[in-house]
Design a protein around this ligand. Structure first.
Ligand SMILES: [Zn+2]
Length: 252
């Protein structure tokens, strides 16, 4: 196709915009994006800025704890470590024995979310813990993401987040203290809402439909073998039929 100078400029601009959009979209899926992971999991600069770096080894697992925040409550940090060494080995044993044996925590004032995991690194916002010092089972949710370590395009994001909150519900050390619980079912909920809403559906499935379904779902996701047919194979019903049944009798 022949194009004049103006058209060429326009096409180049469009291409650049497209690239920016693609880069942006890729960065959203932190667990899946190599681009984001490279920046996310490089802690060299974090260590330079750190006021405390601890290396703790227990049960064949190493936790490198990097604190970059001056006024981060030390007792909260101790709790985060305690939750890690209590729940991560359990999650590994139950879901994925090949999970990484070295995990890095960064208490990171430069990170503007609450917490996120990728490439063996979990970053936590000290501002969040200042307001919510008892929300220590964020660790339980985030370490489950390391155990999941699903390949790119393994399946829908609502499953990934639903499983992480399902595991937080089951294994959490002090969900009540953090005022964290699974919300009662409401008519406007959907299984694709992710997080706690999906987690409650998953718990219902585990209790009422098929014990062990979460473990199988997690394995299938990691093997990139998940398809919509998963639900039919496990329960005889598709996910919409299961959700309807759940909606009509959501007790857990
Ligand atoms: Zn998550």
């Amino acid at each position: 196709m022949y194009v004049n100078h103006k058209q060429k400029q326009f096409l180049t601009l469009t291409l650049i915009k497209k690239c920016i959009l693609i880069t942006f979209l890729c960065s959203i899926g932190l667990n899946q994006s190599l681009y984001a992971q490279r920046n996310w999991s490089n802690v060299t600069k974090d260590i330079e800025k750190a006021i405390q770096v601890d290396t703790i080894k227990k049960k064949g697992i190493t936790l490198i704890y990097i604190n970059k925040s001056n006024d981060f409550d030390r007792s909260v940090g101790d709790k985060l470590k305690e939750v890690f060494f209590t729940n991560y080995p359990k999650q590994m044993k139950l879901y994925n024995k090949k999970s990484t044996r070295q995990v890095i925590f960064v208490i990171d004032p430069d990170y503007d979310g609450i917490a996120a995991a990728g490439g063996g690194v979990i970053r936590f916002s000290p501002a969040w813990f200042k307001k919510n010092p008892k929300d220590i089972d964020i660790v339980t949710h985030e370490t489950m993401h390391l155990v999941q370590s699903y390949p790119h395009n393994a399946g829908p994001g609502w499953i990934t987040e639903g499983i992480a909150d399902y595991v937080r519900h089951v294994m959490g050390i002090d969900n009540a203290g953090a005022n964290w619980s699974l919300p009662e079912y409401r008519a406007n909920h959907k299984y694709t809402d992710a997080y706690r809403i999906t987690a409650r559906f998953f718990l219902w499935l585990e209790k009422n439909k098929k014990k062990g379904i979460m473990k199988t779902l997690d394995t299938q996701m990691r093997a990139k073998a998940y398809t919509d047919d998963f639900w039919v194979q496990m329960t005889g019903k598709n996910v919409d039929e299961l959700w309807s049944e759940y909606a009509s009798n959501p007790q857990i």
